[in-house]
Design a protein around this ligand. Structure first.
Ligand code: FAD
Length: 474
């Protein structure tokens, strides 16, 4: 044990007898600083955050989570919850408190006839896609396989299937929840409906979800999908057209726009490797037979350097960009929602993307609309249903001395796009330095107040505050 580790344990002031009794009552592990596995368990996707909990519980079931919440309450320990550890604000771990690392709870059970998946809180997107696709089913999820189902769902969750089937939360039927006082409850439209409403976009503020119950839809397993790559010089003209085409596209068509440096992929000419490109990751989520026609307008834009759209497994498309968002880099994100884009918005975006300071940085934009927009804004805390695009400016780099340079780029690009944006923001893209006003902007009018009132009912002491925190009303 290092001197730093010893200090952490001493700070908490728990004696061996107390810890032994706690450990003996768990099915899962209890890790302390210096234990094997401690550093892996506390590691977060965003290496900007290096947090050292006093205790890490790796629960094996809801009973462990109930016990850990009660133990933390009795001993005045802060609680952090790690699902897939991909939160950019680093909320999955804490300093000195008790961290619940759910990575051993990855169970998924699919009911193919009922088209429902039961998902434990440590499951990742890739785990869920794999289990559901075995039955030719899927639910809307994001597009990097390592992201946690838990954090993504609790903030809203969008992905390639969202224009057809809505946000992940629109597909949440029910959740099992451990409350701030360590009780176990169920939340659904019929049981604890206000809690259920709050879980669908209000983040991890209201309780610890130990099981998600999600609706599934027939899909694939083969879909017409793939990347189309353009020269960066053509990006403004291409983006204008993409924006226009997507306004009239059927719900089955989705497109992720990525402005980045080209990786050394075999299907790209070597002369392009390392240069800025515009990548369109497009998919048709209906019959592959219809996909050719449905994607034709997007593929016909400009003169692509490469077009790799073809029938392929949905799971392969879902994990296509995994390598570009690997665990352990330093990250700083800024995000906006955008309406349909004006010419000057496109020009500004391309100009700012072209100035990116790190070869690992990315400007990403996902088309929204379709089924997302057909729901009432107040049906869930996820509110910004009328936006056309969600824009995410992702600075990514390795060396800490470069922090200011890359953070500066992201902030300046964000400021430049502010006049073109709706004013809202996706709660799951908020970083750790955004402030109360920006958090309010993540929710629609009246939604923040309603969430604060649910918080007062379910967590009046704000025990679950290591998140994008909504303080209890009153
Ligand atoms: C590379 C990358 C790609 C992404 N792509 C998308 C995308 O395509 N679509 C999209 O919608 N979002 C996307 N996101 C954002 C993502 O939804 C958030 O980062 C989300 O917080 C990740 O969840 P997690 O479980 O991995 O995170 P964690 O860091 O483990 O958890 C995040 C927070 O969620 C809460 N939480 C986690 N588990 C529970 C639980 N069981 N009960 C209660 N609260 C809990 C806690 O407050 C915790 O601090 C992406 C993020 C990254 C880093």
């Amino acid at each position: 044990m290092t001197a730093q580790d010893a200090r952490i344990t001493a700070n908490v002031g728990l004696d061996d007898e107390t810890l032994t009794a706690f450990r003996d009552g768990l099915r899962g592990e209890l890790l302390e600083p210096g234990y094997e596995g401690y550093d892996d368990a506390r590691a977060l996707w965003n290496a900007m955050y290096d947090r050292r909990p006093a205790l890490i519980v790796r629960p094996r079931g809801a009973a462990d989570i109930m016990q850990a919440v009660r133990f933390a309450g009795e001993h005045g320990l802060e609680i952090a919850i790690r699902g897939g550890a991909h939160n950019v604000a680093g909320n999955g771990a804490c300093d000195n408190g008790l961290m619940l690392d759910c990575s051993a709870m990855t169970g998924i059970r699919v009911e193919p006839e009922a088209r429902i998946a039961h998902v434990e809180p440590g499951a990742r997107l890739g785990d869920l896609d794999r289990e559901t696709q075995a039955h030719g089913l899927a639910t809307p999820l994001g597009f990097i396989s390592g992201t946690g189902v838990a954090g993504l769902t609790l903030g809203g969750g969008f992905g390639y299937l969202s224009r057809k089937h809505g946000m992940t939360v629109d597909n949440l039927r029910a959740a099992d929840v451990v409350t701030a006082d360590g009780r176990f409850v169920r939340a659904s439209a019929d049981e604890n409906p206000e809690l259920f409403w709050a879980l669908r976009g209000g983040g991890g503020n209201f309780g610890i979800v130990t099981r998600f119950e999600l609706d599934l839809h027939p899909l694939g397993p083969q879909v017409m999908a793939g990347p189309v790559v353009h020269d960066f010089e053509d990006a403004p003209a291409v983006l204008r057209e993409v924006d226009r085409v997507m306004r009239e596209a059927p719900d089955e068509v989705s497109c992720l726009v990525v402005l980045r440096h080209a990786p050394p992929l075999p299907f790209l000419p070597e002369s392009v490797h390392g240069r800025m490109i515009l990548l369109l990751a497009m998919i048709h989520t209906g019959d592959t037979a219809d996909g050719e026609r449905a994607l034709a307008p997007l593929r016909a834009i400009g003169n692509p350097i490469a077009d790799k759209v073809c029938p392929r497994p949905y799971t392969a498309f879902q994990s296509m960009l995994d390598a570009s968002a690997a665990f352990g880099a330093r990250n700083y994100w800024k995000a906006h929602y955008l309406p349909p884009m004006s010419g000057s918005a496109v020009d500004t975006l391309c100009d700012r993307a072209g100035r990116m300071t790190s070869r690992e940085s990315v400007v990403g934009m996902m088309t929204l609309g379709g089924a997302i927009a057909r729901r009432r804004a107040d049906s869930t805390p996820y509110s910004h249903r009328d936006a056309s695009w969600v824009l995410n400016i992702q600075a990514r780099w390795r060396a800490a001395p470069e922090d200011d340079t890359h953070i500066g780029w992201a902030r300046e690009a964000f400021e430049a796009m502010t006049p073109h944006a709706t004013g809202g923001v996706y709660v799951n893209f908020l970083g750790g330095d955004e402030g109360a006003e920006r958090l309010r902007a993540a929710f629609g009018a009246g939604t923040f107040e309603r969430l604060a009132s649910v918080k007062a009912d379910w967590d009046p002491g704000n025990r679950f505050h290591l998140n994008q925190n909504i303080p209890p009303a009153g």
